[in-house]
Design a protein around this ligand. Structure first.
Ligand SMILES: [Zn+2]
Length: 333
């Protein structure tokens, strides 16, 4: 609370990183909650490593600072010209077929998130099968990030920051500023338990289409509130590095979040469920290996902590009891 002013200022500093992803707070929170929804045979191992999984849920975004080839792994601009008017059904789900149809360069321009999800998923299955503990954690953290990104509507369109509709800034508004404002009141305990995904490659396309269908509401609501509030109240000007930047006001962020109701919250909670379901399915596909219960970090102490923390989650008291790692990190920064 007392950090409010600082947090507000620091948002500007991290915009370039956040621009193509759920905000760090959202990524970390949803990935932590995913762990509680797993069956115990896998959940205990993930819980014993939850600091790693939560902290590294943002690693793919951090990688983008130095590695430009990382960028397209976070989105798929489905409505890009190269995919044609029937993109909802005509993009091949299989990577080699998609490359053949559009060329690898075109795909790198418009995004490859569904294929990156599938690639990392296979790595995760392999790592489970071969008892490669560090690799399991590495790929699980990355997979969670890409699956979560696929739930963001603005990761599925060429108009990803409202640049074609005079709505620049809408990307960070939807995926970072609104969750930052409302997350403390989210119903984290409403994330359902995992389900087995029969075909991860098809399923990630289904997720992207769901996200894409949310877009009209995302844009329309921004325009409606701007019209009602007036530009002077909707935006503020901030000077940074000698440059004047236009930015949404706190009032606007609140009004936008309130008008969308629970839609961003629901999307984030669903992302949490899907992240867990991808992890669980990879473990199942690897033959449900039992070594994950035999690692030293799954100790009696961790088992007790796991069950008591799960009951805090069930009662939706993670925030109240200061157990949401993302918020702890924030106040420590
Ligand atoms: Zn991302």
């Amino acid at each position: 609370m007392l950090k409010r002013t600082l947090v507000k200022l620091s948002i500007f500093a991290i915009i370039p990183i956040l621009i193509s992803s759920w905000g760090f707070l959202a990524h970390k929170s949803l990935q932590q909650v995913s762990i509680y929804t797993l069956p115990e045979e896998l959940g205990l191992f993930f819980y014993a490593n939850q600091d790693y999984l939560v902290t590294h849920s943002i690693r793919p975004d951090v990688r983008r600072r130095d590695d430009k080839s990382e960028d397209p792994k976070h989105y798929l601009d489905m409505d890009a010209d190269v995919f044609g008017p029937n993109y909802r059904t005509s993009i091949p789900h299989e990577f080699s077929a998609a490359i053949k149809k559009y060329s690898l360069d075109s795909l790198k321009n418009e995004g490859i998130v569904p294929w990156e999800v599938n690639r990392v998923y296979k790595r995760l299955v392999y790592s489970f099968q071969h008892q490669l503990k560090d690799s399991v954690l590495f790929y699980a953290a990355d997979l969670g990030h890409y699956v979560a990104d696929s739930h963001v509507p603005l990761h599925t369109t060429k108009n990803h920051d409202g640049q074609y509709t005079n709505q620049k800034g809408i990307h960070v508004l939807w995926e970072s500023l609104v969750p930052e404002e409302f997350l403390r009141n989210y119903q984290f305990n409403e994330v359902p338990t995992v389900t087995y995904i029969k075909n991860p490659q098809d399923f990630i396309f289904q997720i992207l289409l769901e996200s894409h269908d949310m877009l009209p509401e995302v844009y329309k609501t921004e325009l409606a509130i701007r019209a009602e509030m007036g530009e002077a109240k909707a935006f503020m000007e901030v000077e940074r590095g000698g440059r004047k930047l236009q930015y949404y006001t706190k009032d606007f962020i609140k009004a936008y979040g309130n008008r969308l109701g629970s839609s961003i919250e629901n999307r984030m909670l669903l992302a949490s469920n899907r992240v867990a379901s991808f992890w669980y399915s990879a473990w199942k596909d690897a033959g449900s290996p039992a070594w994950v219960m035999a690692v030293p970090e799954v100790s009696e102490t961790v088992k007790k902590k796991y069950s008591s923390e799960k009951s805090v989650w069930v009662a939706n008291n993670l925030v109240k009891e200061n157990l949401l790692i993302s918020l702890k990190t924030k106040s420590a920064e």
